[in-house]
Design a protein around this ligand. Structure first.
Ligand SMILES: Cc1cc2nc3c(=O)[nH]c(=O)nc-3n(C[C@H](O)[C@H](O)[C@H](O)COP(=O)(O)OP(=O)(O)OC[C@H]3O[C@@H](n4cnc5c(N)ncnc54)[C@H](O)[C@@H]3O)c2cc1C
Length: 409
C-alpha cells in the first residue's frame, strides 16, 4: 500500500471518534487521522451547565467497557490529576458534565492522531482510497469513519425567527441571553428542556419561565435495570438483526429509556416551583404546560406570540414571550461533505443501510469501508446516540478495519 495512504480518516472529534482514537492508539502500525472543525475540543459547549450531570455510569467512558486497563479511562484521568480520593469523598450521585468535559479534553491532549481546526468540506473516492479535503489540506485513507454527531432539529415554523431571542437549546450558553425581567418560554419536554428550565428557575432574574411540552406529562427517563439491558452489546446485536418495521415499533416503545428526563432534574424543578409558590411568595413565576404543542410563532424582535394547541390543564391558546428557547432535539443528517458519495450509499425506505460492523452498504470495493458512528439509530436502536456503547462500537469498527479481533466485543 502507498505510504501516503492512511489506514483510516475519521471526521469529527466528539466522544464517538475520540473513543476510536483512544482504542487505536495502542495498535502498532495502524495509521489514522481524526479531523475536527473546532479549534479545540469542547463537548456540547452551549449546554455545559454547571449543575448538569451525566445520565450514565462513569464506567461508560471512552474505553473502560472494552479495555479497563487503558490509560485513557475516566479513573485514569482522576488518578493522574490527583483527585481520586477527593472524588470518592465527594460522592456525587452522577458525574458532573463539566468534569466529563475536562476528562475528554485531557484525553484529547494525549492523542497525537487528533487534528483540530480541520473542517472537512468534501470526500471523494479515487484509485482505491478516500480523498478527504479540508480548506487547506487533503488526507488520503483506505477507510472513512463518520463521527460528525447529530444536527439540531428546528421545526420549520420557528426558522424565520431564529436569532438572539429565538434559538435552539444547543446555543444556550453561547448566546448567554440576558433574562433579567424577561418572559422566557422553553419549548420541548425532554432532557435539554428540563436542564434549561432548572437553570433558569434557580435564577431569580427572569420575570417568568414557561415550559411547554407536547408530551402528556414531563416524563422521567426509565433508568431501571431491565431498561438498561437495552444498552448492552447483546441487545443491540439482536435489534440490528430484526426486520425494519419491528425496529421502528420498538424504537417508539423504548423511547423513554433515553429521551425521558433524569428524575433528579424533575425533582429539582418541582421543588424550585414549590419554593417560589410557598416560600418566596412568587406563585406562577414558573409555569408548566404539558400536553401543549406550540404550533406557530409570530411577532418579534422584542415580543413574540406563540400559538398553542393543548388539551392540558389551564393551557392558554396563546403565550407571550421575550425569549423562546427551542429544546426540540436532534436528528442525524448525512454531512454535506458526503454529497459526492451519497448516491453510492444503499438506502432502504430512505434510511441508510448499515452492516453489522457499522459500515455503510455502498457500491464501492469491499476493502474500502465507510463506518458510521451515532448515525444509525434506525438500524442499531436507542443506544446508538448514547455514550453507553461508545467503546464497544469503536472496538467493533477497529476489529473490522484490522480484520482481526484486537478487542473482545
Ligand atoms: C447536552 C448533551 C448532553 C448529553 N449527555 C449525555 C449523557 O449524559 N449520556 C449519554 O449517554 N449521552 C449523552 N448525550 C448524547 C451523546 O452521548 C452526545 O451527544 C455525544 O456528544 C455524541 O458524540 P458524537 O461524537 O457522536 O457527536 P458530537 O459530540 O456531536 O461530536 C461531533 C463532532 O463532529 C464535528 N464535525 C461535524 N462536522 C464536521 C466536519 N465537516 N469536519 C470536521 N468536524 C466536524 C463537530 O464539530 C463535533 O465536534 C448528550 C447529548 C447532549 C446534546
Amino acid at each position: 500500500m502507498n505510504e501516503h495512504i492512511l489506514d483510516y480518516a475519521a471526521v469529527g472529534v466528539g466522544p464517538a471518534n475520540m473513543s476510536l482514537a483512544a482504542l487505536a492508539h495502542s495498535v502498532e502500525g495502524l495509521r489514522g487521522a481524526h479531523l475536527e472543525r473546532r479549534e479545540t475540543f469542547s463537548w456540547h459547549p452551549g449546554l455545559l451547565l454547571p449543575e448538569a450531570t451525566l445520565q450514565v455510569s462513569l464506567l461508560k467512558d471512552l474505553v473502560t467497557l472494552v479495555d479497563p486497563t487503558s490509560p485513557f479511562s475516566f479513573l485514569s484521568f482522576l488518578a493522574t490529576e490527583g483527585r481520586l480520593y477527593r472524588f470518592l469523598a465527594a460522592d456525587f450521585p452522577a458525574v458532573l458534565r463539566t468534569e466529563f468535559n475536562q476528562y475528554l479534553k485531557w484525553v484529547a491532549d494525549r492523542l497525537p492522531s487528533l487534528t483540530f481546526g480541520a473542517d472537512v468540506q468534501s470526500v471523494d473516492f479515487r484509485e482505491g482510497a478516500f480523498q478527504v479535503r479540508t480548506g487547506d489540506s487533503e488526507v488520503t485513507a483506505r477507510h472513512l469513519v463518520l463521527g460528525t454527531g447529530l444536527t439540531p432539529s428546528i421545526p420549520e415554523t420557528f426558522r424565520p425567527f431564529l436569532g438572539p431571542s429565538v434559538f435552539h437549546s444547543g446555543e444556550f450558553l453561547l448566546r448567554a441571553p440576558d433574562v433579567t425581567g424577561k418572559r422566557v418560554v422553553v419549548v420541548g419536554g425532554g432532557q435539554s428542556g428540563a436542564e434549561i428550565v432548572r437553570h433558569l428557575a434557580t435564577d431569580a432574574a427572569p420575570e417568568s419561565v414557561t415550559w411547554a411540552s407536547r408530551r402528556t406529562s414531563f416524563q422521567p427517563m426509565d433508568d431501571s435495570p431491565f431498561a438498561n439491558d437495552l444498552y448492552s452489546p447483546e441487545y443491540v446485536r439482536h435489534f440490528h438483526a430484526l426486520p425494519a418495521e419491528r425496529k421502528a415499533r420498538l424504537l417508539e416503545r423504548q423511547k423513554y429509556t433515553s429521551d425521558g428526563i433524569d428524575l433528579q432534574v424533575l425533582q429539582d424543578i418541582y421543588r424550585l416551583s414549590y419554593r417560589d409558590e410557598y416560600l418566596e411568595n412568587n406563585p406562577g413565576r414558573l409555569r408548566f404546560l404539558p400536553d401543549c404543542a406550540v404550533t406557530a410563532l409570530e411577532g418579534g424582535p422584542d415580543e413574540f406570540k406563540l400559538h398553542t394547541e393543548s388539551s392540558g390543564l389551564d393551557a392558554p391558546a396563546m403565550l407571550a414571550a421575550d425569549i423562546v428557547i427551542l429544546c426540540t432535539g436532534y436528528a442525524y443528517e448525512l454531512p454535506d461533505f458526503m454529497a459526492t458519495l451519497a448516491p453510492r450509499l444503499r438506502r432502504t425506505d430512505g434510511l441508510l443501510s448499515v452492516r453489522d460492523d457499522f459500515s455503510l452498504d455502498w457500491d464501492g470495493p469491499d476493502g474500502n469501508r465507510i463506518y458510521i458512528q451515532n448515525g444509525a439509530r434506525h438500524a442499531w436502536g436507542v443506544a446508538d446516540p448514547n455514550l453507553s456503547l461508545l467503546a464497544w462500537r469503536s472496538a467493533v469498527i477497529l476489529n473490522s478495519m484490522l480484520g482481526e479481533t484486537r478487542y473482545q466485543v
